[in-house]
Design a protein around this ligand. Structure first.
Ligand SMILES: NC(=O)c1ccc[n+]([C@@H]2O[C@H](COP(=O)([O-])OP(=O)(O)OC[C@H]3O[C@@H](n4cnc5c(N)ncnc54)[C@H](OP(=O)(O)O)[C@@H]3O)[C@@H](O)[C@H]2O)c1
Length: 316
């Protein structure tokens, strides 16, 4: 297959490009700042059509991952960039795909499981999950992330693409052992004795192992019945305290300091990130994948954590 991945130079893009490249598919990543890679990397700016559109002509799949990282303080300029980079690149791809003689028959657009409400009470699947909104008492940063997630999906689904099937993924945090990724950062806390629960530790963590993430994308490609939104998360989200304990055990850490909510707010400020990323309860489950018979290789966090730690160690 010919697979084009706009925004594929980041953490998730590397997981997918590696996966498809290893299977012998032709992979083209679109980047604003192309760097050498084992697959093809072409230049685009995420704003205007250019020579890059030739890569989409007669391609088999477009997987759009472009978006300014959310791992930053939500100052007004960052908020604008987070929202615009996602909405604008999605609308641009709409224009380009509509203009092609042979557009890709499938377009998968990244989205986020953060679109669901802060959920402690029950799991959120695609059929019965409740989207977040202006929940009373919810911090402004939580509502901002939900608004972006909704605007992103709206930009994707607002215009029909009769020749192209469309799937928006609502992904949980995707863990791979790559340096600089989310797992690397979390493991860094554990390695430095800071692997205690975050806040009350009661909030749920939704996650997905990189191997299952890539295999789930394979399924979305293979099965035409998939259109619309699909949750991409392991079937077993768990409470933050249990999540972090399993990671500690996988690493072999003997002790850890818990981080109360106030300390996380202070720490997040100095780490130039937002506490929402660890304090909001994400209890998202992959209803559609399970109904389609998808078998997770890593359905439970303790096994996934041991595998990720082992691969992280191998890479060091
Ligand atoms: N990581 C997760 O666990 C996770 C979970 C849920 C959803 N997602 C979503 O999945 C997508 C990929 O995630 P990721 O972790 O791989 O993100 P990432 O590492 O931040 O990579 C995203 C890529 O988007 C491109 N980009 C950044 N700002 C841009 C802009 N203003 N215009 C156009 N492109 C821009 C960058 O590529 P260049 O600099 O090369 O152009 C970057 O490599 C993101 O949209 C993210 O929100 C990720």
């Amino acid at each position: 297959m010919r697979i084009v991945i706009p925004g594929g130079s980041g953490q998730v893009g590397r997981v997918l490009a590696r996966h498809f490249h290893a299977q012998g598919h032709s992979v083209t990543v679109l980047s604003r700042d192309p760097q050498p890679a084992p697959w093809h990397v072409a230049t685009w700016d995420g704003v205007t059509p250019g020579d890059w559109i030739t890569h989409l002509e007669q391609s088999d799949v477009c997987i759009n991952l472009a978006g300014r990282s959310v791992n930053c303080r939500y100052y007004p300029a960052n908020r604008r960039a987070i929202r615009e980079s996602r909405v604008r690149s999605t609308l641009l791809l709409h224009r380009v795909i509509a203009s092609l003689s042979h557009p890709p028959p499938l377009w998968i657009n990244a989205g986020t499981a953060t679109i669901y409400r802060h959920a402690l009470d029950r799991p959120m699947d695609e059929a019965h999950g409740e989207l977040g909104g202006s929940e009373p008492g919810a911090p402004d940063t939580w509502n901002f992330s939900i608004d972006v997630a909704k605007a992103w999906e709206e930009a994707f689904f607002s215009t029909p693409t009769p020749r192209t099937r469309k799937v928006a993924t609502r992904s949980a945090i995707t863990f791979s052992p790559d340096r600089g990724g989310a797992f690397d950062v979390l493991l860094g806390l554990v390695r430095h004795g800071l692997g205690g629960r975050h806040g009350s530790g009661d909030q749920f963590v939704s996650w997905v192992h990189d191997a299952d993430f890539a295999r789930a994308i394979d399924l979305l490609i293979a099965r035409e019945e998939f259109t619309g939104v699909v949750n991409l998360a392991s079937p077993n989200p768990l409470r933050n305290a249990d999540f972090i304990r399993a990671l500690r055990e996988a690493w072999g850490a003997r002790f850890a300091l818990p981080a109360p909510a106030w300390l996380i707010e202070v720490g997040a400020f100095f780490m130039r990130t937002e506490s929402e990323l660890v304090l909001k309860s994400r209890r998202v489950v992959p209803g559609r994948l399970l109904s389609a018979g998808f078998q997770f290789v890593f359905p439970e966090w303790p096994t996934a954590a041991r595998d990720l730690v082992a691969r992280w160690r191998q890479a060091s």
